[in-house]
Design a protein around this ligand. Structure first.
Ligand SMILES: CC(C)(COP(=O)(O)OP(=O)(O)OC[C@H]1O[C@@H](n2cnc3c(N)ncnc32)[C@H](O)[C@@H]1OP(=O)(O)O)[C@@H](O)C(=O)NCCC(=O)NCCS
Length: 234
């Protein structure tokens, strides 16, 4: 198998989203943020891929920091790996964390409240810890049929090479599948993250949502040039 890495174009987005949907179908948090992921119906999945394509293209066009990297299997011409990166040469959160809303859920629904809470909690953590020039790895995935053949490692090599060229540190919220990969590229574990909880007593509906859509990740950091420094996270 011969793998080719390149920067993706807007025209690749639909195929990239097809890979993303296949890669994240077992991830509860991905299903919360993109409800069509992991459904059984091919029609619903395709509808989800189309709306994710439109949304991702809009965000990408509006951004000056965003890069999409793809890996193509040269034998088939298919995209088999996808990653999305933010290269922040300036501090990205000078105005604090933006507020985001889970608009895809009905107004007033508990799931909308839950998803909005989790997304903003993550964003606030990112804004607190990463308000400095850095590379933020939004997402990296390999099509399930192409795993363990070095697809993700190729994309990570692209990312760390960029970081070292510009002399930036890197951050990622790693899934359990990703931590080993990131360690190989000089990331260290900073904190194990679990589903955040609002203050006060939680009702049964909220607890059911927590059980169905937990958020579990490992906050990882790669110092500049991959070398451990005295820099310490607050
Ligand atoms: C994580 C993921 C991107 C790895 O992709 P991949 O193309 O299979 O990874 P590679 O073949 O390049 O493997 C790179 C290294 O990671 C290791 N690795 C890959 N998947 C692993 C897993 N599930 N558990 C432990 N180690 C893993 C490989 O053994 C290899 O390490 P080695 O060189 O020391 O042997 C892929 O499993 C995936 O898409 N998962 C779902 C989405 C996800 O969790 N993305 C990360 C979000 S932060």
């Amino acid at each position: 198998m011969s793998l080719r890495l390149s920067e993706a174009t807007l025209e690749d987005m639909h195929e990239m989203q097809t890979v993303v949907f296949a890669a994240y179908s077992n991830y509860p948090f991905a299903r919360l943020v993109v409800p069509e992921i992991g459904t059984e119906s091919i029609d619903i999945i395709e509808k989800g891929i189309q709306s994710a394509t439109g949304r991702s293209i809009r965000l990408w066009k509006a951004s000056s920091t965003e890069y999409w990297i793809k890996i193509v299997d040269s034998e088939t011409g298919s995209i088999v790996g996808v990653s999305r990166w933010q290269i922040y040469k300036e501090s990205p959160f000078t105005n604090g964390a933006p507020h985001v809303e889970a608009e895809w859920y009905p107004v007033g629904s508990r799931i909308r409240e839950y998803c909005t809470y989790l997304m903003n909690h993550r964003l606030k953590r990112q804004a607190n810890r990463c308000n400095l020039p850095n590379i933020w790895l939004n997402m990296i995935c390999t099509h399930p049929k192409y795993r363990r053949r070095g697809v993700a490692a190729l994309m990570m090599q692209w990312g760390v090479t960029k970081a070292d060229e510009i002399d930036l540190e890197m951050f990622v919220e790693a899934s359990s599948d990703g931590t080993h990969l990131y360690r190989n590229f000089g990331f260290v574990v900073v904190e194990e993250l679990s589903t955040p909880r609002p203050k006060g007593e939680l009702d049964e509906e909220w607890k059911t949502l927590e059980a169905e859509y937990p958020f579990e990740a490992t906050w990882m950091w790669r110092p500049k040039q991959g070398i451990q420094s005295k820099y310490c996270l607050k």
